[in-house]
Design a binder for this molecule. Structure first.
Ligand code: FE
Length: 202
């Protein structure tokens, strides 16, 4: 059985930036529903028992893929946020300045991509070879499905921001990019050490 991973912070930790009500719905209802539906689909098909989330993402399509992709995306997304956000440092900071100029330039690119993405989905910062790359995914699509290496993902589904920001996706994205990204976790993914936190056995 898959489980709903606990948030790595209190659901009130971000104040008005991301309200506890948003976490109650986004984590406690939306993410939980993906877990519950995946468990039901896996329970109905013995061939799927014991497979990890990543194994199911790679091998499934349709309804099951939508659930397991969303479990992975959300599990990774919570880790990308921190109420004590500090600026990038070390190797990551050097990569950002080499490729984008300043952190503000990278954040502007991420904001444009996330705000311009049509409909539901995810905007990611990936490691592509030895370069950083910005890419979006529709609906439940997941970097793992494509063999991509995500460093950071942003949830652009309306359920991520509608309670606090109504229809203003740009304001939500700008707020979390500037105040709530866990750049230490992003840097951990340069060595592939963070993504394993989002996998789990069924
Ligand atoms: Fe979401």
């Amino acid at each position: 059985m898959f489980t709903l991973p606990p948030l790595p912070y209190a659901n009130s930790a971000f104040g008005d930036l991301i309200s506890s009500e948003t976490f109650d719905y986004h984590h406690g209802k939306h993410h939980k529903a993906y877990v519950d539906k995946a468990n039901k689909l896996v329970a109905d098909d013995k061939a799927l028992a014991g497979k990890s989330l990543v194994e199911l993402i790679r091998s499934s399509s349709g309804g099951l893929f939508n659930q397991v992709g969303q479990i992975w995306n959300h599990s990774f997304y919570w880790q990308c946020l921190s109420p004590d956000a500090k600026a990038p440092s070390g190797k990551l900071a050097a990569m950002i300045s080499d490729q984008f100029g300043t952190l503000a330039d990278l954040l502007a690119k991420l904001k444009d991509e996330a705000t311009g993405h049509f409909g539901s989905g995810w905007t990611a910062l990936l490691l592509d070879g030895d370069k950083l790359k910005v890419k979006s995914y529709h609906d439940a699509d997941c970097p793992v499905k494509h063999g991509d290496t995500p460093l950071l993902i942003l949830d652009v589904w309306e359920h991520a921001y509608y309670i606090d920001y109504r229809n203003d996706r740009a304001a939500h994205i700008e707020a979390i990019l500037n105040k709530a990204i866990d750049w230490d976790f992003v840097a951990l993914n340069l060595d592939g050490k963070g993504a394993e936190r989002a996998d789990q056995k069924g």
